[in-house]
Structures are given as structure tokens and as C-alpha cells.
Write a protein that binds this ligand. Structure first.
Ligand SMILES: [Zn+2]
Length: 317
């Protein structure tokens, strides 16, 4: 079973969630909407985006299903929602609803802010609702994974054997509230408590002047059996450099799981796949499929393509 463990969906209207005007009008989001042919910001936009995603999955023959990520709101340390800082919100119920509507193509990925007063109950509700993974983006959702407040959260994830997909390294598509929590080592308390952690983007940076956490990820993937990394967004030009470190380390190579970060645009690295090949790959308009085609050219092996299903405990093959 071949899974893409990192696929986003947007919600525009309550009760499904929200997208702030600031985010909606940002250049990357305007570009993505234009490329996907999705206009507006209401219930019909949600339906169009859902239909487009299902169509694109259907046009990606090697792909069996995607883990579709809910995205929790921002909370303060007292457990109150911070409305003004919440630019993207996709409720667990909406992600669950999409998975129920498309059981072949969509797996439910939950998102629960660890500072929520009802965090443990919500994890349990999501597990009952079929969650295959828990998604976090600490720099945007504004919390510190090393905060002791997270310990009961980790104990619950370990108890339910629900893996944690947590963003590491920089993020540019969404407004950042605390860049310091991009550091992968902050997830050690989760690993120490037996949680399977998938470090999204392998700790990579985008611009050369930003902090590069790939070496930290590589060290942790070597040190912790349950530490994995997803390859999502590594086909964004600034992150291409990360392929070298993660593919050249024989331990880390076995810890990589497939993720695209759709709907972000992916570009083939010409110095790694060849210029003619890169040009040809740009002709593939489906970014879910293009991302997989580039990774095939980069030499990702069969075990890699099947690893996400294993880590998410969906299949033994
Ligand atoms: Zn993402």
C-alpha cells in the first residue's frame, strides 16, 4: 500500500474551519487556487477542492491513499483559542467527514493542540473516528513540544499507538508565531515516551541563511528507533539540498516516509535528475504525481514507497 502521509485540505466556513483573509490573499495561496482552478471561499469552494483532490489521487496510479490533515486552531497556554492568530483551521470533524466520504482515497489525520483543556478527550475521539496520525505545526500553532504540559498528550499517543507527524524546520506558507520551536530535538520527550514521531520536512530550511536542522534530524533518526522523517516539500527548490544528507545516510534512508505537502508546488531538481528530465517532469500538471515521479528518479526504493503504510500501521506490505 502506497500512502502519501502529508496532504493538506483547506476549510473556509464554519463548522468545517476557516481561512483568514490574510492567508487567503497571500501570494502562495492565490497561486495554488489559480493552478487548481478553485475560486471563492465558501462551501462551494470546499466542494470544488474536495472533488479536485479526489480526481488528482485517481490520476496518480501508484498512489493508493493520502493522509488528509486536519489543522487545529491556535491556543494559549491556558487552553483558550487565540482567534486572531488562527489563519488556518480545519476541524477534525471535517477531515473525518472527508475520509468517510472517500474511504478508498482518504485517511483521517487528526490535529489536536496540546494546550487544549480537552486534548486527551479529543485524541480519544479522533482515535475512535479512525485517525491514522496526529498532525502538529508548532511554529504556526504556537506551542513548545518540550513543554511538560505535553507529557500526558505523549502518553496518550503512545497508549493508542498513534504516530505524531510534527513539522520541523522552517515554514513559509503560514504565518509563524514562534520560530524557536522548529528545532527537532524538542520532540525528544515524545520519543522518550515511546511515541512514533515523523519529522515533517526532515528539519530542512528554505533559504541558505536560515537555520538548518537536517543534521539534528539525521542524528535523531540514527539515535531513536521510532524517529522517522517525511519527504514532504523537499521538492521545493530551497529544500533540494536536503536530499543529499538524507539519502547518503544508510540508517536515515530506511527512516524516510513518503509525503508531498500537496497542494504546494513541487519542482524537479535539475542538478540531481538532469536538465532534460527536469524539464519533462515539469510537464506533469498533477503535483501529487509529479512529486512521486521526481522521487522515483532520485532513486527512492520500493521499501520507501511502502514505509508510510507501515509506520501508520495500515499494512504489513
Ligand atoms: Zn504541510
Amino acid at each position: 500500500m502506497v500512502i502519501d502521509c502529508h496532504v493538506h485540505i483547506c476549510a473556509f466556513k464554519s463548522p468545517h474551519g476557516l481561512m483568514s483573509e490574510k492567508l487567503s490573499n497571500s501570494l502562495p495561496f492565490r497561486f495554488m487556487r489559480w493552478k487548481l482552478g478553485v475560486a471563492g471561499s465558501d462551501a462551494s469552494t470546499e466542494r470544488a477542492l474536495e472533488a479536485r483532490l479526489i480526481e488528482l489521487i485517481g490520476q496518480t496510479p501508484r498512489l493508493d491513499a493520502v493522509a488528509l490533515l486536519a489543522f487545529d486552531a491556535v491556543y494559549d497556554r491556558d487552553g483558550r483559542v487565540v482567534q486572531g492568530n488562527t489563519h488556518l483551521y480545519v476541524t477534525n470533524d471535517y477531515a473525518m467527514e472527508l475520509a468517510a466520504r472517500h474511504p478508498r482515497e482518504i485517511l483521517f489525520a487528526a490535529s489536536v493542540h496540546p494546550y487544549r483543556k480537552d486534548a486527551i478527550e479529543e485524541i480519544e475521539r479522533c482515535v475512535r473516528g479512525g485517525a491514522v496520525v496526529m498532525k502538529w505545526l508548532p511554529i504556526v500553532q504556537n506551542f513548545d513540544p518540550a513543554d511538560p504540559i505535553c507529557i500526558p498528550f505523549y502518553e496518550a499517543l503512545a497508549h493508542y499507538k498513534l504516530p505524531l507527524l510534527s513539522h520541523t524546520g522552517v515554514e513559509h506558507a503560514l504565518p509563524n508565531l514562534n520560530k524557536a520551536v522548529a528545532y527537532p530535538a524538542l520532540l525528544k520527550p515524545a520519543l522518550d515516551r515511546g511515541v512514533t514521531v515523523i519529522m515533517a520536512h526532515c528539519g530542512s530550511r528554505l533559504w541558505p541563511w536560515e537555520t538548518d536542522y537536517v543534521p539534528t534530524f539525521v542524528r535523531m533518526a540514527n539515535d531513536y528507533e521510532l524517529c522517522f522523517g517525511d519527504t514532504s516539500a523537499l521538492n521545493v527548490p530551497g529544500r533540494w539540498y536536503a536530499f543529499g544528507s538524507i539519502l547518503n545516510d544508510h540508517v536515515v534512508r530506511e527512516k524516510l516516509v513518503h509525503g508531498s505537502d500537496w497542494p504546494i508546488v513541487v519542482v524537479p531538481p535539475p542538478t540531481k535528475v538532469g536538465f532534460a528530465e527536469a524539464f519533462g517532469l515539469l510537464g506533469e500538471p498533477n503535483w501529487l504525481r509529479r512529486d512521486m515521479m521526481i522521487k522515483e528518479k532520485l532513486g527512492f526504493d520500493d521499501a520507501y514507497w511502502h514505509r508510510a503504510a507501515k509506520v501508520l500501521r495500515l499494512a504489513s506490505t
